[in-house]
Design a binder for this molecule. Sequence first.
Ligand SMILES: *Cc1c(COP(=O)(O)O)cnc(C)c1O
Length: 367
Amino acid sequence: MSAAGPSEGFPTELVREDLRGFAGYSSARTSAPGVPARIWLNANESGDPSAADPGGASRRYPDPQPAELVEAFADLWAVTPDRVVVGRGSDELIELLVRALCRPGGDGIVICSPTFGMYEVSARLHGVPVTDVPQLDDGLTWRVDTAAVARAAREKGARVVFVSSPGNPTANVVPLREIASLADELADQAVVVVDEAYGEYAEQRSAVTLLEEHPTLVVLRTLSKAHGLAGARVGIALAHPELATVLRRVQAPYPVPVPVARLALAALTPEALAATRERVNATLRRRDHLCHRLRHLDGVRAVYDSEANFLLVRHDDPDALLRTLASAGIVVRDVRHHPGLADAVRITIGTDDEMTALDTALGEIDR
Ligand SMILES: *Cc1c(COP(=O)(O)O)cnc(C)c1O
């Protein structure tokens, strides 16, 4: 490793030309930085608290990027705070990346199906073409063909490559070495986004460790999965400071409501993080148990290796499987609309009790 550090620049040409000088919305909180103010009469907020919020904690517009929360994420990932962008779930960050880097009606993104649906949705809504480089399937694990991704991105002039690692619904990781070389190969043309929504469940370390050396790499993380806060809507992008600045500028105002910031901070205390690790370990044990059970179940064609908190299962009669589970009140994800998954369902690993109920319901099929 070289000691290149933060002097490595982000190639500004990757940002949409018409947005390079764009300052974004100047909010009540950002327009008066550093003023030692005592009395705030600049944002038309109520002078008195709501009956719903007697302490007045939510009386004022929030800091667009709550400093304490940004610090907490920066500490967690051992990056400088200027690399952190907090958003309304990683879903918003996906959208911001498309918005900031792709010209509507032009450019484009690359995805690797079967994959998370939001990449394509964001591109569609933004009028940006999507190129799919399907993953390779050997019946046990999926593999992102990073060489083919690089070729396709070049050919199509794509600006963003989205890789979900661990993948949803494929549950596989992309080796860091391949992510690094993909970013290097496309460095003058496209940003490579590694979506680590399930990173807490994976054995491989985070691609965050590659950020310093690869300025065009972006890592997405979320509090929605292992951290148990899907309802709070908090995700982050970890990116080169210059790209992070652009993402904040194209973001709609006040992405982090006051109660949400409080919840997120509480999830990042050492105690909460330790509890999250415990829950993750328990989930992995239940996952491996269920995996074993499914592989011995009649009608199951494949259970893919998983680095996440779910299993992707191919079945001879997915309709019967879904029906049997539904009659036990159990809902799993029908993923048959994904290319290459016409016989598959995705099963999330739940609590012990939920897994026991699933086990019982699967016994009904066995009969
Ligand atoms: C669930 C999921 C997300 C969504 O994360 P939010 O932070 O809840 O928006 C992002 N990416 C992948 C691959 C997911 O499976």
